[in-house]
Design a protein around this ligand. Structure first.
Ligand SMILES: CC(C)(C)OC(=O)NCc1c[nH]c2nc(N)[nH]c(=O)c12
Ligand SMILES: [Zn+2]
Length: 368
């Protein structure tokens, strides 16, 4: 259930209610694929005001198995001792990106485990069964995310399959708990996306996600598409842009009217030495930081930036100390969450455009 609290242009602020609490949007969701946000304690996530985290059907089904999670912890919340909302992705996308041997049939996706090569099938029903066992607050429909580039015919064919699978998810009787989000596919074709959304609307999902758009660099096409499409989505349903993104991608998504975001980059790139700062990304490996006594981001008030210097964190990173990953990850997640909190306040004050311009100019100032 969602309450729209205000608009600033197409950008909006909402409160989404789930079984494990409220989510104030716009929101960035840290990715905790295998029941852990890498390098973070759950306490760190509470401390930085993470409101909801992601888990993954594909990974948790393979290891340790949703039955074990249900048996040991009564679901993912008890298993990992996280008592706020959890969103689980449905597994299809991960099969395509992780298991190189996979076959798509009407039934579902058969694949060989990337861990031990064992054969498996994930169908819409199987995905719903797993997510039900995990006890997630927001369940994603089982979709097919076509590789790009793809012809319009291929995209239509894939979209039709995604719609047939969506129906099978809805018929699995999960929707009763108001927790199942449909996923709109269709590439960058507004007509396909609109048709897909309308046919999902006939099934009345409580929320809608946009899949197939976390494309890499050529994001001006994505931004143009979002500005043209998102405001045509139902006003009284959460809007989730899957797999997006870098700070500027997220601000572009917010400006177009998106509520929810997730991305692995802030945590993945942290482990590779990349700090997100108000003056743009900074790689701590860079020799220029060797004796730099400044914090990673002088404009950040997180506990990492209040305690450690660039020089020290560079030393940790270059010597392979685990603490480096912990510190950079904590700061990056804090940065992403704080950015969405500031964006939310700017929307409520109806000054989002000013906030966007100020953030954008400083972030692209190329200080290093
Ligand atoms: C890069 C390409 C275009 C191949 O995929 C995406 O952009 N995909 C975005 C994405 C991220 N996570 C998802 N989960 C599901 N169920 N479906 C999706 O489309 C996605
Ligand atoms: Zn910081």
């Amino acid at each position: 259930m969602i309450k729209v609290e205000g608009y600033s242009g197409k950008a909006r602020a909402t409160t989404i209610t789930t079984e494990h609490g409220e989510i104030k949007t716009p929101i960035f969701m840290p990715v905790g694929t295998r029941a852990s946000v890498k390098c973070m304690w759950q306490e760190d996530l509470y401390e930085m005001n993470a409101q909801i985290i992601l888990g993954n059907t594909y990974h948790l089904y393979l290891r340790p198995g949703h039955e074990l999670i249900e048996k040991v912890g009564g679901g993912l919340h008890g298993f990992m001792n996280w008592d706020k909302p959890i969103l689980t992705d449905s597994g299809g996308f991960q099969v395509f990106s992780l298991s190189d041997i996979n076959k798509i049939t009407e039934e579902g996706v058969t694949f060989s485990s990337h861990i031990d090569g064992s054969k498996h099938l994930i169908s819409p029903e199987k995905s719903m069964e797993i997510q039900k066992g995990l006890g997630s607050d927001i369940v994603m429909a089982f979709d097919e995310c076509p590789k790009l580039p793809a012809t319009k015919d291929t995209l239509r064919e894939s979209m039709e399959l995604t719609l047939r699978w969506a129906k099978r998810c809805i018929d699995y009787k999960l929707r009763d708990y108001q927790k199942l989000f449909g996923i709109v596919q269709g590439g960058l074709h507004k007509d396909l996306r609109t048709e897909c959304m309308q046919r999902l609307e006939e099934m009345d999902f409580p929320g809608l996600a946009l899949g197939g758009l976390s494309v890499g660099e050529k994001n001006e096409e994505m931004v143009d598409f979002l500005n043209d499409f998102v405001h045509t989505m139902p006003d009284q349903k959460p809007r989730y842009l899957m797999g997006v993104g870098k700070p500027l991608d997220i601000l572009n998504g917010i400006r177009a009217g998106i509520d929810m975001f997730d991305c692995v980059l802030p945590t993945r790139n942290a482990r590779n030495g990349q700090f997100l700062t108000h003056d743009g990304p900074l790689n701590i490996k860079n020799l220029r930081f060797r004796e730099d006594t400044l914090p990673a981001d002088p404009s950040c008030d997180c506990k990492v930036c209040k305690t450690y210097s660039r020089s020290y964190i560079r030393h940790l990173y270059t010597t392979g100390e685990f603490l480096a990953g912990n510190l950079i990850t904590y700061h990056n997640l804090y940065f992403m969450i704080k950015m969405t909190q500031d964006a939310r306040q700017a929307i409520l004050d109806d000054r989002f455009d000013d906030y966007y311009k100020e953030f954008y100019n400083r972030y692209t100032s190329r200080k290093w």
